[in-house]
Design a protein around this ligand. Structure first.
Ligand SMILES: [Ca+2]
Ligand SMILES: [Ca+2]
Length: 182
């Protein structure tokens, strides 16, 4: 089957699966991973750059998949078999040098057979093993977003220690729990 016919079929299936009223929107999540505390969203179909812009408004980026566990976790949350979902990896700046849009270092990869191709933007696909491929960034696909919660800074840490260790903090917490109980 020619590549063009495949594209039309994909576009038609996307249209049925994601009603047009939901395009450019959050389609799933947020779901928080209990182990890492990271939040994930599924975005309805968009270009890679459009999806990344949406991810930034949610306080994150297109997902940075750091290991096999995260690859399988995100797929299991949102993906349908055979469907590509944008993730944050691309070599748009320098051919062959893949970088995460979050700025994190590239370690783990899950390229499928013959991947990455010449195209610059990575997408994740559910399969027998969950794998990545590259596609032209102007194609319209759903996307995975990852939001890494801000870590507690030194001032927050001091506040937490005061509240646990000092009589003032203990009294305040007792008062709060009484109020909750009462
Ligand atoms: Ca990650
Ligand atoms: Ca490329």
């Amino acid at each position: 089957m020619s590549r063009n016919i495949m594209r039309y079929i994909t576009a038609f299936l996307l249209f049925i699966h994601f009603p047009q009223s939901t395009w450019g929107a959050i389609y799933g999540g947020p779901v928080t991973n209990k182990t890492t505390g990271h939040r994930y969203y599924l975005l309805s179909p968009n270009t890679w750059a459009g999806a990344e812009a949406e991810a930034v408004t949610l306080g994150g980026h297109l997902a940075t998949i750091n290991d096999a566990a995260e690859n399988d976790y995100v797929i299991s949350l949102f993906a349908r078999s055979g469907w590509p979902y944008w993730i944050g990896l691309n070599d748009a700046e320098s051919e062959g040098e893949f970088r995460w849009v979050s700025g994190q270092a590239l370690g783990f990869t899950a390229w499928g057979d013959g991947q990455p191709s010449d195209a610059d933007y990575a997408a994740s696909v559910q399969g027998v093993t969950n794998y990545w491929l590259t596609l032209p960034g102007e194609e319209i696909h759903p996307a995975f977003v990852e939001v890494v919660p801000e870590t507690v800074g030194p001032i927050g840490l001091v506040g937490m220690m005061l509240s646990v260790l000092t009589p003032w903090g203990r009294r305040r917490r007792r008062k709060l729990s009484c109020r909750r109980a009462g």
